[in-house]
Structure formats: structure tokens, C-alpha cells
Design a protein around this ligand. Structure first.
Ligand SMILES: *[C@@H]1O[C@H](CO)[C@@H](O)[C@H](O)[C@H]1NC(C)=O
Ligand SMILES: *[C@@H]1O[C@H](CO)[C@@H](O)[C@H](O)[C@H]1NC(C)=O
Ligand SMILES: *[C@@H]1O[C@H](CO)[C@@H](O)[C@H](O)[C@H]1NC(C)=O
Ligand SMILES: *[C@@H]1O[C@H](CO)[C@@H](O)[C@H](O)[C@H]1NC(C)=O
Ligand SMILES: [Cu+2]
Length: 219
């Protein structure tokens, strides 16, 4: 009996949260592991002060608490985004390419570079954007947001530069970063990432339900 109780406790723990991942640089709007599956990780409001970030190549650091996870970053060009669709198109309806490839990370700290000036959505010195990181470590999509002001030639703190870019060497679907201007290819890769993510969520949902039923049967 003890073993089954332990099992139930373990699956309850797995279905809620254990610090799935954090966004460490640029600083996240906030972290709340229970709400991390929500838009912007449960922090829907733009931060009161934006962080400076390079208009060209700039580093993103995350700390991953799952053995293996699939990660992608995307941006909104709205100064006050309110939903995922604000990360899909600009205010004039232009599709926004993904800000990174779709790549995999192992447990621990990892970094990747983005180059927001290459996305072909008219970003210039002083543009205000929000970057959202989507992360799936096997328990559904999780999100973190950071509010930025893009500065031409901005130098990030030296310890934040990213030399071992995990989005480059990881064998996975590549997109966005390489094909900069094509709005149509961008929207294609954007929607395929959505479909991919959704499949993952459904898959793990079924596993959780199955585990829950199995657990109840033993009570
Ligand atoms: C994103 O944009 C594409 C085309 O621009 C559209 O088909 C799709 O429904 C949009 N997705 C969301 C989540 O708004
Ligand atoms: C939409 O905005 C972008 C950048 O702000 C610009 O490059 C593009 O030409 C605009 N498209 C239309 C149809 O106005
Ligand atoms: C970029 O904008 C900042 C203020 O937002 C200004 O101080 C800086 O001179 C600008 N740089 C260039 C290259 O225009
Ligand atoms: C860089 O240094 C700051 C300040 O000490 C620290 O908070 C941050 O975690 C460091 N970044 C990395 C990637 O180690
Ligand atoms: Cu998790």
C-alpha cells in the first residue's frame, strides 16, 4: 500500500510542477512554476522597465530542469502584447518569423543566440519587443517572457555572451534565424511548430490520465 501511495504522490507531483525551466537572461517577467503553462508563464503584463538587448546577435540563457526539452523563441513587436496571436503577426498583419530554430536542450544551463534584426519585421534602434520562450520538457508547453528595448551595438555583460549555442548544433527542425525575410515560409514554420507542440501536449495528457486511473484503481 505504501508503494502505491508513493506512486500517487509522485504522479501528482509530476502533473503539477517542479521548476520546469527558468529564463535567466534577459531577466524573465517572473517565475511561478504552477502557472508556467500559461501565456508568458502567468505574467501577462509588460514589465515596468524594459531591458536593453542587442538589435543584432544577442544571447538568451535558460536553466532546464528536464532531462531533455524542446525549445523555441518568438517575439511580439507590439509594445503591449496580450496574447499568443500578438507573437504571430505585427500590427499590420505581417507574419513574424520564429526568433530561433526549434531545438533540444539537456538538463542544466544552456544558451542560444537570436538576431532580431534579421527577422525582416522592421526592427530598428529603440524598437520595443517582447521575447517569449516556449519549452516542452515532456509535461506540456511552458512559457517565459522578457520585455526588451533593442539597442544597436549594445554589449551584453561579458559573462552572458553565448559561445556554446545549443540552437545551432542540435539536430532538429531549423527555421527562422536562417531564412530571414520570407514571411510565407515564416508563417509555415510557425504553424508547424504549433502543431508539433500540440501533439506533445495531447500525448502527455493521455499518459497522465492513464497514470491517474491506474493509481485510483489501486486505492
Ligand atoms: C498565425 O498566423 C497565421 C497566418 O498569418 C494564421 O493562419 C494562424 O491562425 C495564426 N495563429 C495564431 C495563434 O494566431
Ligand atoms: C508592415 O510593417 C513592416 C515593418 O514595420 C513593413 O516592413 C511592411 O512593409 C509593412 N507592410 C505593409 C503591408 O504595410
Ligand atoms: C540608439 O538609441 C539610443 C537611445 O534609445 C541612443 O542613445 C543611441 O545613440 C542610438 N544608437 C544609434 C546607433 O542610433
Ligand atoms: C553573470 O553574472 C551575474 C551577476 O553576477 C549572474 O547573476 C549571472 O547568473 C551570470 N550569468 C551566467 C550565465 O553565469
Ligand atoms: Cu516540467
Amino acid at each position: 500500500m505504501f508503494a502505491f501511495k508513493t506512486f500517487l504522490a509522485a504522479s501528482a507531483l509530476a502533473s503539477t510542477a517542479i521548476a520546469h525551466f527558468t529564463l535567466d537572461y534577459p531577466t524573465s517577467r517572473g517565475f511561478d512554476d504552477d502557472n508556467e503553462p500559461q501565456y508568458c508563464g502567468g505574467f501577462p503584463d509588460v514589465a515596468s522597465s524594459r531591458q536593453s538587448f542587442p538589435l543584432g546577435k544577442g544571447p538568451i540563457w535558460i536553466d532546464s530542469h528536464h532531462n531533455l526539452a524542446t525549445v523555441v523563441a518568438f517575439i511580439s513587436t507590439s509594445s503591449s502584447p496580450t496574447s499568443f496571436s500578438d507573437f504571430n503577426t505585427t500590427s499590420n498583419g505581417t507574419s513574424i518569423p520564429l526568433a530561433s530554430s526549434i531545438f533540444q536542450v539537456k538538463e542544466g544551463e544552456a544558451c542560444f543566440n537570436v538576431d532580431l534584426s534579421s527577422l525582416g519585421v522592421g526592427l530598428t534602434n529603440g524598437s520595443q519587443v517582447t521575447l517569449q520562450v516556449q519549452y516542452d520538457g515532456g509535461d506540456g508547453n511552458l512559457y517565459q517572457c522578457t520585455d526588451l528595448v533593442l539597442i544597436e551595438g549594445y554589449s551584453v555583460p561579458s559573462n552572458e555572451t553565448c559561445t556554446n549555442d545549443v540552437s545551432v548544433n542540435s539536430a532538429s527542425t531549423s527555421s527562422g534565424s536562417s531564412s530571414s525575410s520570407g514571411a510565407t515560409s515564416a508563417s509555415a514554420s510557425s504553424s508547424s511548430s504549433g502543431a508539433f507542440a500540440q501533439k506533445e501536449v495531447v500525448g502527455w495528457g493521455i499518459v497522465s490520465v492513464a497514470m491517474g486511473i491506474a493509481g485510483l484503481a489501486f486505492l
